[in-house]
Write a protein that binds this ligand. Structure first.
Ligand code: NAD
Ligand code: GLY
Length: 390
């Protein structure tokens, strides 16, 4: 299978003339009873009207996207949706995490009301996790709840945020603090959109893919070791398989624990260390997935110090993260002291009664969520990365 052509953000995607063999579309289901929904993964899906039709009930559709994605992909999705006299509108939001706010959401509500969308409208999220989270929340709120479709265009959103129904916006006092659980009708993943994704964003998505191998799927981890070079080359068939296996893991976790009372929290491997890095370095300097990459390496280090995992497994984890062009350590430029890092780790939704709870590894493919570890060992991990006395 030839690799997907690669270009930097802002470039036009290659024309999809489909002269090369197209991988078969893979479909899996998020098993949530009467709210179950399909995830379709393949090449050229943005043009496949039938996949969208299954998620649209009424005669009105509002596509929500941003200023970077609209010039690349909006026309194709509009063309696929404009059938049977359907009213297809679009609202193009500014691009960036800093616009994931209630104020930006108001632009979506304004567009819906100005175009007289009623309770049977369907919202379509065309973009990365920021657009997906905001569109889902707009759908949860508009006229007390309307359906929506996820069309994720970053690797991170294709393997994580578009599946599972967590939606919301940021508040000046906290990230993702205003939101709702609202599941989509369907997720349509076109791997060809990854051709225009910048390399750092691509690697950030790989961090979440590696995470599934670490927390619950050792065979997938071994498959990633065998296929990382092909993934980095963005070979379509390998991408489809990696995304499918990731979505299957996420779908299983969500089906077992939709509202995160238990197992779903394991999806946060590396995130407590990562949040400390993101906050300490200032949001936007490290991508979330990059911080999670370094955070997973730190969680692996602590797991070895606790005697829960073999050093050889830690070395395999670090090697795979490095092949995915991810950082494997926090900055050592004096940004953090051990106590400073620890106090940033205290601010985490998983913590109970001020005790730091972490997802740690019992081996590749086996994790635990716990606050029962020797605090000295956590300090020793931080000292190993940051320098200073534990
Ligand atoms: P993002 O949505 O900001 O996208 C990253 C950048 O890539 C943006 O500039 C975007 O415009 C651009 N982009 C998107 N698709 C592109 C493409 N195909 N070609 C070129 N450029 C493209 O970031 P993200 O990493 O996708 O998502 C991060 C967000 O997701 C955060 O807000 C985070 O809180 C949220 N998130 C939510 C969940 C969940 O379960 N709901 C899970 C993880 C993350
Ligand atoms: N990204 C974490 C979750 O969906 O629960």
């Amino acid at each position: 299978m030839p690799p997907i052509a690669f270009s930097r953000s802002g470039a036009r995607p290659p024309p999809y003339t489909h002269l090369f063999p197209i991988t078969p579309v893979k479909t899996l289901t998020v098993g949530l009873g009467d709210r179950a929904y399909p995830i379709h993964i393949g090449e050229g899906l943005l043009d496949q009207a039938a996949l969208f039709d299954a998620g649209i009930r009424g005669r009105q559709v509002m596509i929500v996207t941003n200023t970077s994605i609209a010039p690349l992909y909006l026309e194709r999705v509009q063309a696929a949706l404009a059938r049977d006299g359907r009213q297809v509108d679009a609202v193009v939001l500014p691009d960036g995490e800093e616009f994931k706010t209630l104020a930006t959401l108001d632009q979506v509500f304004d567009a819906l009301l100005a175009r007289r969308h009623n309770r049977t409208t369907t919202l379509v999220a065309l973009g990365g996790g920021v657009i997906g989270d905001m569109t889902g929340f707009a759908a949860a709120c508009y006229q007390r709840g309307v359906p929506f479709i996820q069309v994720p265009t970053t690797l991170l959103s294709q393997v994580d945020s578009s599946v599972g129904g967590k939606t919301g916006v940021n508040h000046p006092r906290g990230k993702n603090m205003i939101g709702a659980f609202h599941q989509p009708q369907v997720v349509v993943i076109d791997v060809q959109t990854l051709a225009t994704l910048p390399p750092r964003e691509f690697s950030a998505g790989l961090a979440e893919i590696i995470k599934y191998g670490l927390i619950r799927d050792p065979q997938f981890f071994a498959w990633l070791e065998a296929n990382m070079d092909a993934l980095m080359a963005r070979e379509a068939a390998v991408l489809v398989e990696a995304i499918e296996r990731s979505c299957r893991n996420k779908a299983d976790v969500v089906a077992a624990d939709e509202f995160e009372t238990g197992e779903r929290a394991t999806l946060n491997l590396g995130h407590t260390f990562g949040h400390a890095i993101e906050t300490g370095c200032g949001y936007g300097n490290w991508l979330h997935g990059e911080a999670v990459g370094a955070g997973m390496a730190m969680a692996a280090d602590l797991s070895v110090r606790l005697g829960w995992m073999a050093e050889a497994e830690r070395a395999r984890i670090v090697a795979l993260l490095e092949r995915a062009a991810l950082p494997v350590a926090p900055p050592t430029d004096g940004t953090f002291t051990i106590d400073g890092f620890l106090s940033l780790m205290q601010v985490d939704k998983k913590n109970i009664h001020g005790k730091i709870r972490l997802v740690l590894l019992r081996g590749i493919g086996r994790c635990v969520i716990t606050d029962e570890f020797a605090p000295d060992m956590l300090r020793a991990t931080l000292a190993a990365y940051l320098g200073g006395d534990a």
